[in-house]
Design a protein around this ligand. Structure first.
Ligand SMILES: [Zn+2]
Length: 547
């Protein structure tokens, strides 16, 4: 199969695609466009972004029939070359989309490449018709300046590219692998220092898994002028979008970019190779239900940051501040009372990437990371660690890309801990169950001399009344145990506040009606912000945890 891609009018954001297929005599061929993309488990229905699909031979146009919202079929009349021509609209500049303008062409083939019947294993060549000055950042095999090759369809959809005359390229080496850093956008930080940090977390992660089976790995960065934060993992690359680019002059913001980079590199093993069975291979035509979100994103979020502590990039207090943010996010929602992380993983297709209705679900990232922390420290009490577990997952399921189920992960954890009863109890309560994680986190962290304390800065409305407001005084969250929950509605705007002896009187606007509401003061606290502090001497467990 051979793709030719043209950017006739870059600012129209339509690109022209010609896909040539060799067909046999009277063959029925189906063309399936992706409905979602790897790394984001929700339907994107990319077919809404293509227009005018035409099949032709050198002599004529061939009839084409649409059989579902994103699937077409045609019949060849005789053996020969058939060309599928279509246009794709590239207007989504995030880590998983496509973008066209006068400065670049950015493609994720998981958005726009057809899966062609009976040709899953066929080699695919790609010719980009772009100005000479354009460089191309991609993990696809380069045949000539703008010509590339993928071994098969799965590789093509897992190999994004950025083409631009403005790309900046840097490399570093670890073992036999060359790591490429490609930047599209302005660099406002010290690149030498950044590369040192990347090298240190790369070394640490490779040591954890023992090997990194790739000759090259590419970090593709879009540094954008507006606020943005997104990363997507691939087999031999990652795309990371971050903005505003100037903010990266600030160390705290740069730490966010480094954190997402460490997270995405960890996905090289966990998800891209240690892959839930439901995702092997990627069938982008329909939902792939997975229950392994706690492993795929929870473990990655936890260890991605942990390796920055272990590599010496974060200080302990910096790491604890990040961890405290996760704890605060966890305690602000009561979704954990209603849905386990396993069920929230399954439901990603429903509302995994939006706020959704209140207190319905948990985040596989946030709660997943906190579960991973507790699991890691529990394993350390049993002479093992989450790192040992993931190395075993790598050997057993990752290297040969066998696919695993949540039960396989639990089995590996149990084997590493050599304590089936404790591990069974942990999984039952926190992974399959809906138990409050906060007391467990508090108790677990004490074992490494880290203490959960009430933060000095509390929001009085959140703490005393269980009401969280946004900047425009609109109510965005209500504590279900608070009296406020019984008289206020999400979306009400507070216009006046009058503190009384035993209550607070609120003037609110609800839709277009104004109301006065009195909320009694109680003797309990509702939303509380926590901080973590490190106290007391190092102990052996803690030394092992951060080494
Ligand atoms: Zn991730």
């Amino acid at each position: 199969m051979d793709y030719h891609i043209y950017q006739e009018i870059p600012t129209s954001q339509y690109i022209q695609i010609k896909l040539s297929l060799e067909c046999t005599d009277r063959e029925r061929i189906t063309l399936q466009l992706p409905a979602w993309r790897p790394g984001r488990y929700e339907l994107a229905n990319y077919a809404q972004k293509i227009r005018r699909v035409v099949i032709s031979t050198a002599e004529k146009t061939i009839p084409l029939k649409k059989i579902t919202k994103d699937k077409w079929e045609f019949h060849s009349e005789k053996a020969g070359t058939y060309t599928v021509s279509y246009e794709y609209y590239c207007n989504q500049l995030d880590a998983g989309g496509c973008w066209s303008d006068t400065e670049m062409l950015y493609l994720n083939f998981s958005n726009l490449a057809f899966s062609v019947s009976n040709r899953e294993k066929e080699e695919i060549s790609l010719q980009l018709h772009l100005p000479d000055a354009y460089q191309v950042a991609t993990s696809l095999q380069k045949l000539s300046k703008h010509r590339f090759k993928a071994d098969n369809h799965q590789q093509l959809i897992d190999s994004p590219l950025i083409a631009s005359p403005d790309l900046q390229h840097f490399t570093y080496h670890v073992g036999k692998t060359t790591f490429h850093l490609w930047f599209q956008g302005e660099i406002h930080f010290n690149i030498t220092a950044l590369i040192d940090t990347f090298r240190s977390f790369t070394v640490r992660q490779i040591a954890a898994f023992t090997d990194f089976p790739a000759k090259d790995y590419h970090f593709l960065f879009h540094l954008l002028p507006y606020t943005h934060y997104h990363g997507v993992e691939h087999q031999f690359s990652t795309v990371i979008t971050y903005g505003p680019a100037e903010s990266l002059a600030n160390e705290e913001k740069l730490a966010e970019l480094i954190s997402v980079s460490s997270h995405e590199l960890y996905h090289f093993w966990n998800v891209c190779r240690i892959r839930p069975s439901a995702l092997l291979p990627y069938d982008l035509s329909r939902e792939a239900y997975l229950r392994e979100g706690v492993v795929a994103e929870g473990v990655t979020t936890y260890l991605g940051d942990m390796y920055l502590l272990r590599a010496g990039y974060y200080t302990m207090q910096q790491y604890l501040d990040i961890l405290a943010q996760k704890i605060n996010r966890e305690t602000m929602s009561h979704g954990w009372q209603y849905q386990s992380i396993v069920d929230s993983s399954f439901d990603l297709w429903l509302d995994g990437y939006k706020a959704g209705i209140p207190d319905r679900k948990v985040s596989i990232y946030n709660r997943g990371a906190l579960i991973s922390l507790c699991l890691d420290l529990l394993l350390m009490d049993r002479n093992s660690s989450l790192e040992d577990v993931m190395r075993c997952m790598w050997m057993r399921y990752g290297r040969d890309q066998k696919g695993y189920l949540l039960e396989d992960f639990q089995r590996v954890v149990t084997e590493c801990a050599k304590d089936p009863e404790t591990m069974e109890d942990f999984f039952r309560r926190f992974v399959f169950g809906t138990e409050d994680l906060l007391p467990r986190i508090e108790q677990t962290l004490k074992s490494v001399n880290i203490y959960l304390r009430k933060d000095d800065n509390q929001d009085p409305m959140e703490e005393a009344y269980g009401i969280q407001l946004d900047d425009s005084q609109k109510i965005i969250r209500l504590h279900p145990d608070s009296p406020a929950y019984r008289s206020l509605i999400l979306g009400d705007t507070i216009e006046s506040v009058e503190n009384k002896a035993t209550s607070v009187k609120l003037g609110i606007k609800r839709v277009h009606r104004k109301k006065q509401v009195s909320i009694p003061t109680t003797n309990r606290e509702y939303f509380i912000k926590y901080k973590l502090i490190s106290e007391g001497a190092e102990n052996d467990k803690r030394a092992k945890w951060i080494q």
